[in-house]
Design a protein around this ligand. Structure first.
Ligand code: NOJ
Length: 746
């Protein structure tokens, strides 16, 4: 197969009209069947239904292939497309590369916890390099669904609850994957998903319907998508579920009005897997014919693996329900992207490239750096952390302490074998001369196994541990802890406990972990709790009784090293929560940007929202500690009164008042005090992560202008910026107390 050199892979950047000309020239030589074929994405895995990939490709019935992760096979399939299909149009190979290909980075929720857009941008650039070297052109990422319900398993794949933070992370990921132009042979096409509203499923139950008002959709759920489009994202994926009773894949409002007309998106949209055909199951379309019609009319370009387009579209054209030009309109952006990427000139991948690319040491270094920056210190009573390296005897306890899979986390690339440095390995590497003992304690598993487990497993699933074995493991863990000077407990959720089809009703520690934590804590030794998890957990007891808690999320391949770097003070943690931590699963959805009510908490007439425990978060949005302390002062607005459309500068002094250098994430929140709609009591409108030496002070500035002050109004039915007064707070989290005001006049 072709051996490409760097010089050969250089593809020239074409102008829009050159691209259009080539697309039209291709189009003229294609039959209707081939045009429809470009709208079809073939599932190349055994579990995918439909005719064999080779047959579909040879017949010209495939525009793209997903669920293949095999460099040699990519070239074989491409050869069929280029040499044997009627018009020889190359295929786009797509795969879910969510947080790394071979070098695994922290899960996206963790990357968002860095509050540093360089983290997702650099991480996804490495992911792109490795994936592209494997032959992948297109990743189904970033997932940018806002998630305010921690029960929803897919919260792990996004940036959390906030549209402002979420938009920044969305754009950064697009830049990381795609770079600045599509000809870059070390980048992949990105796909912003799942358009739109998926994170708001009823009760946090994955796939369940979503009901969102216009203001929720416009102000909260759509902004990350708008940001991705603005950043030049090549593709979007339509979501599975009904949005306000219309499946997202047949939703003209989303796909035509918002995406194309309002935002001017010129790339293409792929459905989620089988989603076009599933409109029948969902009770929206009468049959496959109608499902295809709904998709086409809504402007959905590519059918992921349901084959509804390939089976139905020609018939729809024959009976006049759809015109050839409608099919061509759906197909043009797909061809245009293939042309722009230079796929026609360079359809093949160099089969020797991948090994060299994944071996680059800078990829591991980037993964360690990203994990370090993602960690959030939740508690550090009495300065227990950082630990001293002269410690002689440490016990590392917990079912996740030595789990490579849970360290790399949810959404592995198909066929990837976890190879992470676990927390146990990271601590051992740091303490070469100490005794580091380990006991996992009782295993943890889902009450109902994951569908993905059966899909991916090469061997039959392991039988659950018996109650006796679990008890023995429990006692062994306690005895191991008893013999140590200090205990590091590594608890949380396994990789398959968050992610797709991984919602849960409770946010407690699964299994006997809480009980084990208590039993170890009762030994009276210093205990550090390291959390590995892809969603907020209700760790109420631990928050009260365990002196030091580090939220490490699912930190990726280098995760164990990064945890040890933080535990032993080589890195001062500076991450902040991108989601509120509820005290109970039943408090979800819980988020900081709620509207005020007639009975606010500080009023004498306040009525508690529940009488069995207040639904205030255990840890608020934006929260995170450091090994040093910071002080905020001197909050100023450049002008106390401005006109609508003007921009002001907000400035604040931040000082490191502790003994060591550290990072603080300076956060700006606003509240519009009145207006044509009620506005949230706080909304994030700016953040900056800065590093300060001990004793150092920096002045941090933010701009507040129309982009930050406008909102979508129900009453006005459009985006507006109003004359009103605004509260402004700047501080270290969403409870920031330092306050000033701004008046905007007409
Ligand atoms: C289903 C998931 O919802 C989506 O996120 C993913 O990209 C596709 N399957 C393809 O694997």
């Amino acid at each position: 197969m072709n051996k490409t050199t760097k010089a050969e892979t250089a593809v020239s950047i074409l102008t829009e009209s050159e691209v259009a000309e080539r697309v039209e020239a291709l189009l003229r030589q294609m039959s209707l069947e081939e045009k429809i074929g470009q709208l079809n994405q073939v599932g190349g895995a055994d579990f995918a239904p439909g005719p064999k990939a080779e047959e579909q490709i040879r017949a010209g019935s495939a525009g793209s292939v997903l669920w293949v992760n095999d460099t040699k096979r990519f070239n074989e399939l491409q050869k069929i497309a280029v040499e044997e299909s009627p018009s020889g149009i190359p295929l786009l190979f797509a795969l879910d590369v969510i947080h790394g290909y071979q070098t695994i980075f922290p899960v996206p929720l963790a990357m968002a916890a860095s509050w540093d857009t360089a983290v997702p941008e650099k991480s996804q650039a490495v992911a792109a390099k490795e994936a592209r070297a494997a032959g992948i052109h297109w990743t189904f990422a970033p997932m940018i669904d806002i998630a305010r319900d921690a029960r929803w398993g897919r919260i792990v794949e996004g940036a959390g609850e906030d549209p402002y933070l979420g938009s920044a992370m969305a754009a950064a990921q697009v830049r990381g994957f795609q770079g600045s132009d599509m000809t870059d042979p070390e980048r992949v096409l990105a796909c912003a998903k799942h358009f739109a509203g998926y994170g708001a499923s009823d009760g946090g139950r994955d796939y369940d319907p979503v009901y969102l008002s216009d203001t929720q959709l416009r102000n909260i759920y759509l902004p990350p998508f708008a940001a991705a489009v603005k950043a030049g994202v090549a593709t979007l994926m339509s979501a599975y579920m009904d949005l306000n009773d219309v499946p997202a894949s047949g939703n003209r409002f989303l796909l035509r009005q918002v995406l194309r007309q309002e935002w001017g998106f010129d790339g293409f949209v792929v459905s989620d897997a089988f989603a076009v055909g599933n409109m029948v199951i969902q009770g929206h379309a009468r049959d496959g014919r109608e499902a295809a019609l709904r998709g086409i009319q809504a402007g959905l370009n590519m059918d992921m693996s349901s084959y509804t387009y390939t089976e139905q579209a020609a018939g729809l054209v024959a009976d006049g329900a759809v015109t050839v030009s409608e099919i061509e309109d759906l197909m043009r952006p797909i061809l245009a992207i293939k042309v722009k990427m230079g796929l026609f000139e360079h359809p093949y991948v160099d089969e020797d490239l991948l090994a060299a690319v994944v071996a680059r040491p800078e990829h591991r270094q980037a993964a360690r750096w990203a994990a370090q920056r993602s960690m959030v210190l939740l508690k550090n009573e009495g300065g227990l952390l950082p630990l001293k390296k002269d410690i002689k005897n440490v016990a590392v306890i917990g079912p996740l302490a030595d789990s490579m899979e849970s360290t790399e986390g949810s959404w592995m690339v198909f066929g990837h074998t976890p190879a992470a440095v676990t927390v146990l390995a990271g601590i051992r590497a740091k303490l070469q001369d100490a005794q580091v003992t380990y006991a996992p304690g009782p295993e943890i598993r889902r009450d109902i196994p994951s569908w993905f487990e059966s899909l991916m497993a090469e061997e039959a699933p392991k039988q659950p541990q018996t109650a006796e074995d679990a008890e023995l493991a429990f006692q062994t863990a306690v005895e191991t802890a008893r013999a140590a000077e200090l205990v590091v407990m590594v608890l949380g959720e396994t990789a398959l406990m968050a992610g797709e089809a991984a919602s849960r009703a409770s946010l407690d520690f699964p299994g006997r972990q809480a009980e084990l934590l208590k039993a170890v804590s009762d030994l009276g030794k210093p205990v550090v709790l390291v959390l590995l998890n892809g969603r907020p957990l209700s760790i109420n007891w631990a928050a009260e009784h365990i002196p030091a808690i580090l939220e490490a999320w699912e930190p990726g391949t280098e995760g164990g090293h990064a945890v040890a770097d933080v535990l032993f003070g080589e890195v001062n943690p500076g991450g902040k929560l991108p989601v509120s931590f509820p005290r109970k699963g039943s408090h979800a959805p819980l988020y900081y940007a709620r509207n005020l009510t007639h009975s606010p908490e500080d009023s004498p007439m306040y009525n508690p929202r529940y009488w069995d425990g207040l639904p205030v978060p255990l840890y608020p949005f934006g929260f995170g500690l450091s090994y040093t302390t910071f002080a905020f002062s001197n909050l100023k607005v450049s002008a106390p009164q401005v006109r609508v459309n003007d921009t002001v500068t907000v400035s604040v002094d931040v000082a490191n008042t502790g003994e060591v250098a550290g990072d603080e994430v300076v956060q700006l929140y606003i509240h519009q005090k009145w207006g044509s709609d009620s506005r949230p009591m706080r909304e994030l409108k700016g953040f900056k992560r800065i590093t300060l030496q001990p004793g150092e002070t920096k002045t941090v500035t933010f701009q507040l202008g129309p982009d930050e002050l406008k909102y979508w109004s129900t009453n006005a039915g459009q985006w507006i910026q109003e004359a009103a007064e605004f509260d402004i707070w700047v501080g270290a989290d969403s409870l920031a107390a330092l306050h000033t005001e701004l008046e905007v006049v007409a």
